[in-house]
Write a protein of this length. Structure first.
Length: 119
């Protein structure tokens, strides 16, 4: 499993890219200065780090994602279940539902997902 863990500022930065891609690197620098208060060097340092992690690419001054926001969130969820519940989705659901009752709509949606997984 890939390690896509991001700090708070890296997450905010990634959200900016996902919301504006494709975005020119110069435009990204201006956006980060406005939204995050970053200098040009900070933007390029964090961009390089996230490119090395495989989330984004910067080709010919155009920044685009290699991993969609949905795929990132899915990887984060899987990593959480793996770490906190030894990879057991039933244990996660048992812990979740012990504190919060599922609505009928949520139960129906979970059943639909289960049915689809069975093929």
């Amino acid at each position: 499993m890939e390690d896509y863990r991001l700090g708070e500022m890296e997450q905010r930065f990634a959200q900016l890219i996902w919301a504006h891609e494709p975005i020119g690197s110069g435009e990204l620098v201006k956006l980060c200065e406005k939204e995050l208060g970053w200098k040009k060097s900070t933007t390029y340092t964090v961009l390089r780090r996230l490119c090395e992690k495989g989330l984004f690419q910067n080709e010919n001054g155009a920044v685009t994602s290699l991993l969609s926001r949905a795929a990132y969130e899915s990887a984060q969820s899987a990593a959480f279940v793996e770490h906190a519940f030894s990879g057991s989705l039933p244990k996660f659901l048992a812990a979740f539902t012990a504190r919060r009752k599922l609505s009928q709509k949520e139960i129906d949606e979970l059943q639909r997902l289960i049915d689809e997984s069975r093929g």
